[in-house]
Design a protein around this ligand. Structure first.
Ligand code: ZN
Length: 89
């Protein structure tokens, strides 16, 4: 069963959803688990691509996404460090 990633245009939620074969053919989209709207777009997933150009594009996107996560994590750790330092004053 293929699992696709979706982005909700209503609330910006990013989620993964199992797509049934006949379901994709029907062109139906799942509803967003966060806001229960069907205003979602299928996000390009690395597993689901066929052409080389698209794959590279997706890899670039994935890298971008990962680096964003790292940045957020680092910022969080930095905040914790500052909080921790302040506790000792
Ligand atoms: Zn939503």
């Amino acid at each position: 069963m293929p699992i696709f990633e979706f982005d909700c245009r209503g609330c910006g939620n990013h989620f993964e959803h199992l797509v049934l074969p006949w379901w994709e053919n029907a062109g139906e989209l799942p509803e967003c688990p966060a806001c229960h709207k069907q205003d979602v777009v299928k996000a390009l997933s690395i597993c689901a691509v066929s052409s080389e150009g698209t794959r590279q594009n997706n890899l670039a996107k994935a890298r971008k996404r990962n680096s964003k996560i790292v940045q957020e994590k680092e910022t969080e750790e930095f905040k914790e460090m500052v909080d921790h330092a302040n506790e000792h004053h």
